[in-house]
Ligand binder design. Sequence first.
Ligand SMILES: Cc1cc2nc3c(=O)[nH]c(=O)nc-3n(C[C@H](O)[C@H](O)[C@H](O)COP(=O)(O)OP(=O)(O)OC[C@H]3O[C@@H](n4cnc5c(N)ncnc54)[C@H](O)[C@@H]3O)c2cc1C
Length: 424
Amino acid sequence: MPQNSTVPKILIVGGGYAGFYTAWKLEKHLRKGEADVTMVDPLPYMTYQPFLPEVAAGSIEARHSVVAHRRHLKRTNVITAKVTNINHAQKVATITPPVGDSYEFAYDQIVVTAGAVSRTFPIPGIADNAIGLKTIEEAVAIRDKVMSNFDKAASLPAGPERDRLLSVVVVGGGFAGIEVFAELRSLASSLVGKYPQLSFEDTHFHLIEAMGRIMPEVSLKTSEWVLKDLAKRGANVHLDTQVTGAIDGNVELSTGEVIPTDVIVWTAGVMANPTVVRGGDLPVEERGRIQTRADLRVGTPRSSSKAPGRPVTSRLSPTSRVVASAASACRTPSTPFVRRNSSRRTSWPSSVARTPRSTSTRTSAPSRVSACTTASSSPARSPSRASSPGSRTAATTVSRCRRGSASSASSGAGGTTCGSVATW
Ligand SMILES: Cc1cc2nc3c(=O)[nH]c(=O)nc-3n(C[C@H](O)[C@H](O)[C@H](O)COP(=O)(O)OP(=O)(O)OC[C@H]3O[C@@H](n4cnc5c(N)ncnc54)[C@H](O)[C@@H]3O)c2cc1C
């Protein structure tokens, strides 16, 4: 995409839900030649994460949960790379492509939407043996593992190894955990019908939740109804219980119980993407999230006559107005691309209600309106964990990930296939 040096340059960091929609809306709102929009993401597609539980259970195909950037963004300069540093004082970002040297990219406005990563704790074996649920590759890995374990179990006599292969442990009783748990339970129930050697009673499903209830976002009554429904479906939910280890094919619990299993799904929360957040000079709070105003912009309003945090769109320069429309795009709740791409509209487990995407409402920061972020990590759940810019912490260890083309069918590009909790 040719760049015009005389027009403002807008850089979008991340082409996930918020980044993709920001670019798409800017293409609609901007007049020709009004601004150059560049979007940088290591993946060539946007992942619609709410469909990942259905992908893990095989109720929809992986390609129906991803949207190829280049297919839909016609006027955006799409760069498949990582942003590894943001020097907002100089308005320069460092872009690191998968091959070749890093380079600097000067911008006028930046939209930071690098998302969240799976949050893990230094629990022995989790980073190596558990599979997260943040990427399409992880969802496909879960499905593949469950299905191949049924194949293996069908040729074994009843006994401990067969039980282990037919046991699934999901860690985390939030939305993602409950959804994938319910979906996998349904998958297993339908699979047993295809294997005369196996019965419903041979399958074992365990959900581990550290708190005394599941899904804190919904009412207690609703969450208890979900627990009853899961119990009817033969699922075991361990409340007030923590995983203390995941070694040698066993999940160890704080209650002393040991669950032999070959499938551990890790959905115990998310944290702010450390690569982007800590690799720059944007204001970051103690939990590693970018501090923004209520309108998701970094900076303070120009006019003191306005209420604190209230956008002063009418007084903004043309360039800043662009950011205002980007900020509004960040909050757009529609999903037309995924609906169009999806062969079938899926409904979530009836027991699971959807909630609006969480946004940070913190107000602070030093300078004028200049950057828009989306706070995609769960504010209540992100840990405070230090990390050097661009480094992987224990919480974000990527192990046994390999490049592949497994599931990015509609994008036509390779993704990363993972056998463990993964992040960027
Ligand atoms: C299983 C599951 C179910 C969910 N269900 C719901 C739901 O029902 N309702 C709801 O509102 N929300 C739901 N969510 C949450 C929702 O999907 C997220 O809030 C949303 O995806 C956040 O969008 P985002 O653009 O901030 O981040 P993401 O969509 O995660 O996008 C981040 C992008 O940044 C890219 N990136 C990462 N690092 C870099 C870097 N260094 N440089 C450049 N790019 C980078 C990533 O590749 C990714 O494409 C669910 C999430 C999950 C995991």
